[in-house]
Design a protein around this ligand. Structure first.
Ligand SMILES: Cc1ncc(COP(=O)(O)O)c(C=O)c1O
Length: 362
C-alpha cells in the first residue's frame, strides 16, 4: 500500500512466482507447459514485425469468429488474461467507484482494483452451497453506487461452473443499478466441446469478458489474452492501452493464431491430463477425513478445507518435508484451505498427491 491507500503490489503473485517451486508442484492452476514443437510451427510462419497497431487483424478476426462477435468487440493487448483484466478494469473503474467482487476469488482482481482505488465490496460464494454463483447473494449486495460486479467462471479457486442463467440474472440485477459485469473466463476454455466456444459476452449486453490461451493449453509463454466488450468500450480500452503496453509482441500474436487453429487437439490433451489427475485425486484424497471439500468434474484446481489446521503451516511442512507445493488459502481469504492444482504432469501430480496425503497424516 502507498500513503494514499493504493495497492502497489500483489503478495499472491510474488508468492506464485518465487515460493511455489517444488519437485512436486501442485500450486499451478494451469495445464503443464507445451513445447514449441507441439505447435507444429515452422520459421516461415513467423514474423518479427507486422501491422499490429491495435492487434494483429487475423488473430482478432479469429477470436471474433470463434465467439460469433463483431471484431470491433475484441481487444487483444497481449499480456495474458492478467493484462486483459487490468486493462478492462482500468477502462471500467475510476477512483472511488464501488465494485462488487465474489469472495473468494483470484487475488489479482482484488489487488488490481486496489491499485485503481476502487471501493471493493464482496458477495459470498459458499462451500456449503458447492461454491455456486448465487444471483440472490449478488442482488443483496448491490447498491445504487455499484459500477461493476466481478467474478470468475470457472471459479478460481474452487473450479465451480456457473450456469448461464445465473450470470444472466446477475447481469440483469447489475443493469438495474447501471452496473456492468466482468466475467473472467480463463478456465472456461476447458469445458468447450470441439469447435464450440461459449462466452457470457453478448453484443448489446452489460457483460465484459476476459480470457486467454495461457491456463487451459499450456501456452502461458505466448502471453496471449483478449477482452470481449461492447464496441465503444472496446475502443476505449484500445486507446487506454496506448498509455500502457501499446502493442503485443507480434511474433507471439502469430504463434497465438497458429495455436487457435489447433485448440481442439490441445484441449483434448489438456483434458486427458486432467482426467488422469482428477481420478488420482479422488482415489488418494477424495474421501480423506482430514479434508472438507467439493471435487468438481471440471477445472484445474480443488480447494479443500483442512479439517484440522492452517493452510500456511501446512504449506510450510508440505514443502519442507515432502517437496510438494500447493497454494495456502490465505491468498483467497480462506486461511483454513489449500488450493491443489491438477494440471501438471500425471506422474508428478500423483506423487505430489500421495505426499499430500502423507503430510495430512503427520
Ligand atoms: C482467474 C484467473 N484469471 C487470470 C489469470 C491470469 O492468466 P494469464 O496467465 O493468462 O495472465 C489467472 C491465473 O492464474 C487466473 O486464475
Amino acid at each position: 500500500m502507498s500513503g494514499d491507500g493504493r495497492t502497489l503490489a500483489s503478495d499472491y503473485m510474488r508468492f506464485a512466482k518465487l515460493e511455489t517451486g517444488a519437485r512436486y508442484n501442485l500450486a499451478s492452476s494451469g495445464i503443464a507447459d507445451l513445447d514449441l514443437a507441439d505447435l507444429g510451427v515452422s520459421l516461415t510462419d513467423l514474423a518479427l514485425n507486422g501491422a499490429n497497431a491495435y492487434g494483429h487483424a487475423p488473430f482478432i478476426a479469429a477470436i471474433a469468429a470463434r465467439f460469433g462477435v463483431d471484431p470491433a468487440c475484441v481487444v487483444a493487448p497481449g499480456g495474458g488474461c492478467s493484462f486483459a483484466n487490468h486493462l478492462a478494469l482500468a477502462a471500467l473503474v475510476s477512483p472511488g467507484d464501488e465494485v462488487l467482487v465474489e469472495d473468494p476469488t483470484y487475488e489479482l482482481l482484488v489487488s488490481t482494483l486496489g491499485y485503481l482505488q476502487a471501493r471493493v465490496r464482496r458477495f459470498p460464494r459458499r462451500p456449503e452451497e458447492r461454491w455456486r454463483l448465487d444471483p440472490t447473494a449478488v442482488a443483496a449486495a448491490l447498491t445504487p453506487k455499484t459500477r461493476l460486479v466481478a467474478l470468475t467462471n470457472l471459479h478460481n479457486p474452487s473450479s465451480a461452473l456457473a450456469e448461464a442463467s445465473a450470470i444472466s440474472a446477475i447481469a440483469g440485477a447489475a443493469a438495474s443499478v447501471g452496473a456492468r459485469v466482468l466475467v473472467d473466463e480463463v478456465y472456461l476454455e476447458l469445458t468447450f466441446g470441439a469447435g464450440k466456444a461459449r462466452t457470457a459476452f453478448a453484443e448489446g449486453g452489460n457483460a465484459i469478458v476476459t480470457s486467454s490461451l495461457t491456463k487451459a493449453y499450456g501456452l502461458s509463454g505466448l502471453r496471449c489474452g483478449w477482452i470481449l466488450a461492447p464496441a465503444p468500450l472496446a475502443e476505449r480500452m484500445r486507446r487506454l492501452n496506448d498509455l500502457f503496453a501499446v502493442a503485443p509482441a507480434h511474433v507471439a500474436e502469430r504463434l497465438s493464431l497458429i495455436a487457435l487453429g489447433r485448440l481442439d487437439g490441445l484441449r483434448a490433451r489438456a483434458n486427458a491430463v486432467l482426467a488422469q489427475n482428477r481420478a488420482a485425486y479422488r482415489r488418494i484424497l477424495g474421501d480423506h477425513p482430514g479434508l472438507d471439500q467439493v471435487v468438481f468434474d471440471q477445472g484445474t484446481t480443488v480447494f479443500p478445507r483442512l479439517v484440522d489446521g492452517d493452510g500456511d503451516a501446512f504449506f510450510a511442512r508440505l514443502k519442507a518435508r515432502f517437496e510438494t507445493s500447493v497454494v495456502p488459502g490465505r491468498f483467497f481469504g480462506r486461511p483454513g484451505h489449500i488450493r491443489v492444482g491438477l494440471g501438471g504432469d500425471p506422474a508428478m501430480t500423483r506423487s505430489g498427491l500421495e505426499r499430500l496425503a502423507e503430510a495430512l497424516r503427520v
